[in-house]
Design a protein around this ligand. Structure first.
Ligand code: CP
Ligand code: NVA
Length: 330
């Protein structure tokens, strides 16, 4: 069988997902304490990781390049004007060629089928660095962030010990939400989603999120509403993302109108009845319309540790999928 790829959190068992998050935490602690295991910096030595990005990126690009460097490999950034990613050459040809010379492809694409096609024909692991449907590296970092903000009362139990927490997503139902919701269901974290009419979770995606509960002993529950206050009630973490994702720029006016009233503010959190110590998360890049400065730059906000955690998520994903060849429980 071929290499194992990371397309979505849906590809992972709960044990595998928690293991990636825990490994990210372990690496972060060790490196910060100046106790980097000597083997870490040679695990990708002599290996090239192709980074094929058809869209802009700050965090994903920097974290992946930095993580590859930390592991002793060479990150090769290939932007949309550098290679023929789905333009002037088929994805099949691109995938066969690049995978014949590298150890991994980390790809940011438009349609999810593009990254799935790269994976299908690749002889090396492919890591989804954001598609229109999923953003698994973000979800690993988000759960590391939640794990740090809500340390388990039972650290000895398997998993992350986050059962019973509630996440409220207020805004667009997009790629970042879909993997986050799958992660929540698998980790026993309830997730309530508030989106305006026409911007809710598509049926097929809802089925995938709900089916992530299969085989999970106490899965998190998904609920959906059009009323932000309803989603926020009793939430520990409020999360949002831009209302206008990359590729949706022409819908800007329409979307700004549709999402009026969905901005996360202190007042909305209060009206909705969020838990007293509620935290705020956002994958970034952020625009002021979806969250007010009073929240974004407040002590409740985890956004900068969350962004930094992208580095540790990338380290864990590269170790899991490239160094350990998809044996994530190692
Ligand atoms: N959160 C995230 O993926 O950011 P970039 O688009 O800057 O990589
Ligand atoms: N939903 C955003 C996430 C960017 C990291 C987008 O797809 O543009």
């Amino acid at each position: 069988s071929g290499p194992r790829h990371l397309m979505s959190i849906a590809d992972l068992t709960p044990a595998e997902f928690s293991s990636l998050v825990r490994n990210a935490a372990v690496r972060k602690q060790a490196v910060k304490a100046g106790q980097t295991p000597p083997s870490l910096s040679t695990s990708l030595s002599g290996q090239t990781i192709a980074m094929m990005f058809s869209k802009r990126s700050t965090r994903t690009r920097v974290s992946t390049e930095a993580a590859v460097t930390m592991l002793g490999g060479h990150p090769m950034f290939l932007g949309k004007d550098d290679i023929q990613l789905g333009v002037n050459e088929s994805l099949y040809d691109t995938s066969v060629v690049i995978s014949s010379m590298t150890s991994c492809m980390v790809a940011r694409v438009g349609p999810h089928s593009d990254v799935a096609n790269l994976a299908k024909h690749s002889s090396v692991p492919v890591i989804n660095a954001l598609s229109e449907d999923f953003h698994p590296l973000q979800t690993i970092a988000d759960f590391l962030t939640i794990h740090e903000a809500f340390p388990s009362s039972k650290p000895s139990v398997p998993g992350l010990g986050l059962n019973g927490l509630k996440v409220a997503w207020v805004g667009d139902s997009n790629n970042v939400l879909f993997d986050l919701a799958i992660g929540c269901v698998k980790m026993g974290v309830d997730i309530a989603v508030a989106s305006p009419a026409g911007y809710g979770i598509p049926d097929k995606m809802r089925q995938l999120i709900i089916s992530s509960a299969e085989g999970v002993s106490s899965p998190g529950k998904l609920s959906e509403t059009m009323v932000p206050e309803e989603a926020i009630k009793g939430a520990d973490v409020l999360v949002t993302d831009t209302w206008i994702s990359m590729g949706q720029e022409s819908e800007q006016q329409k979307r700004l109108k549709a999402f009026a009233g969905y901005q996360i503010t202190n007042d909305l959190a209060k009206r909705g009845g969020a838990k007293e110590g509620w935290k705020f998360m956002h994958c970034l890049p952020r625009h002021p319309e979806e969250v007010a400065d009073e929240v974004f730059y407040s002590p409740r906000s985890l956004v900068f540790p969350e962004a930094e955690n992208r580095l540790w998520a990338a380290v864990a994903a590269l170790e899991g999928f490239v160094v350990n060849k998809g044996n994530l429980l190692k």
